[in-house]
Design a protein. Sequence first.
Length: 217
Amino acid sequence: MSERGVRRRRFDAAHLWVTTATGLVALGISLYNFATLQRTPEVDVHLPHLVRIEPRAPGNSVHVFLQPTISTRIRTEDVEVVTDARLELKPADPGAPTPAFYWNESGTWIYDFDANQVNYNRVADPTPLVVSQDKPQQPTILFHAQDWAIRKGRYTGSLVLQRASSGTPVTKHFCVEVSDAALKAFSQAPERAFFELRNDVPGPGKKPAASDCYAFH
């Protein structure tokens, strides 16, 4: 066989190998994309740096306003549906009563420039939330606890989101600290007054102090 023929055979073999490898890579990518699209969306939940409470709501009740960010980082064909949201707040003091919160409604905060304050505006009843990569959710949820009053101390909190795709909920933990100063401010405030609790106020030396615990400052 001539040298030209040998080179031609080598070229054809190399071309066939490259074509086959390219096809296998493309097939692998297609299978990966297909498998990814078939996956159940993985829901991420992030809590805000600020939580508002209404310690003297009407009817001897307490309101907690929480605005989590609910999202998924993976694109899938299916969407996730959050069917329910539950707030759990357990006092560290075993003798203190544990409140029974439930999702009462959803709303939004509107800033009143003249009064230099924010006002709450009801928007919707508690309804399922559709979550996808293109449609994250940031609902302002009003949790209601009847016949309960806030006491001084530390509370262990959990935001529990029920998902339609799974019996396993998504749970985000945090804590709340109520000081003597906070309790005094709550008791002296008029009914329906709002208070802000934060977990990112700088501590001594003005260093960032972000944590999982919310406190009144």
